[in-house]
Design a protein around this ligand. Sequence first.
Ligand SMILES: Cc1cc2nc3c(=O)[nH]c(=O)nc-3n(C[C@H](O)[C@H](O)[C@H](O)COP(=O)(O)OP(=O)(O)OC[C@H]3O[C@@H](n4cnc5c(N)ncnc54)[C@H](O)[C@@H]3O)c2cc1C
Length: 361
Amino acid sequence: MKYDYLIVGAGLAGAMFANFATKKGKKCLVVEKKANIGGMCHTENVDGIIVHKFGAHIFHTNRKEIWDFVNGIVEFEPFVNTPIANYQNRVFNMPINMNTFNQLWGVITPYEAKKRLQSQIVSNDSPKNLEEWVLANVGSDIYKYLIKDYTEKQWGKSCTELPPDIMRRIPIRYTYNNNYFNDLYQGIPKNGYTNFISKLMSGSDFQLEIDYFDDKEYFDKKADKVVYTGAIDQFFNYEYGALEWRSVMFDEHVYDTDNFQGVAVVNHTDLTPYTRTIEHRHFQHKCTSEKTIVSYEYPCVNAENPCYPVPTEENINLYSKYKAQIDTSKYIMLGRLAEYKYYTMNEIIEKIYDKYKGTCD
Ligand SMILES: Cc1cc2nc3c(=O)[nH]c(=O)nc-3n(C[C@H](O)[C@H](O)[C@H](O)COP(=O)(O)OP(=O)(O)OC[C@H]3O[C@@H](n4cnc5c(N)ncnc54)[C@H](O)[C@@H]3O)c2cc1C
């Protein structure tokens, strides 16, 4: 059978494209190399606990039409992320806000907090590395308690070796507000992301445990166009070299309690080897399990599970070289792996919604 589109990858990008294409009457075949759909958003229901297999995923958007769109696919339960940071057993609210300033310095008012923060700033008009940039923007205490060790663990490099622009910005609020995201609409699919992605793909044919590269020529012939959501360097057989990624290893533990850490997300901002612990049951409005599941996140390099692109000049140039080679009459490159870009879920959904709601060409 000939399809309009072959979609490589059953993650969010592939599933969103499939949803719009099938709505336009196009025939799609999705091939996925893993044994499950969902990509990085994959969730599993383990005895009533919805486990985010590849890290905590919280959907957020400011656009009502996008919130309505996702809720038209499956029900999303509102969820507000209020993570905490643990530095040598001192606990701080995140993102940095008046609660954090109170915990750090005992200050009560925004005026006192601003004054204290200003007194720590090391002015520097041209910071050469991340450490200098952070010290020039938020000063020494925030750097020490919340940023330095966490960032160095995450990237496997010293902050003095990291470029200043690796951190887009440090959100700081002078209000008592622990809501991590600023967006108006925030939530998690009630029955997990894999169910959401499966519903997005209804109407498409799909095959699991099929690697497109096992027979690229054969799969290319199956459709007029190919929507590719895998890694761009692999697509070109690493002709110019491999792009660099940072990864995370997830170590899951089951505990005989219904509340292990009191919150869904804890950032470990000291030298503890893991960066975050995620207690999945706290993402659910109601979880009746008598047990709990906690994932420990260990940053690492693992080509099998690329998580975060490493935006050095070298990698960006390498990506541009690959991008220039794409035959756009046949291939559409979509998603975080194919575009070598960290996308949040709403960014993927909004991009595909805006681009393809009228047409799929
Ligand atoms: C740790 C972590 C936490 C995150 N938390 C959040 C969050 O809280 N909120 C938020 O909005 N976003 C979050 N994100 C971002 C979110 O995961 C991405 O936006 C989303 O997964 C992107 O989907 P994708 O389809 O581009 O990529 P993927 O999910 O990676 O899907 C690509 C799919 O293609 C398949 N594939 C690749 N190559 C082949 C091949 N050769 N043949 C067949 N199949 C192939 C892969 O197996 C995979 O299933 C997080 C990301 C990470 C890494």
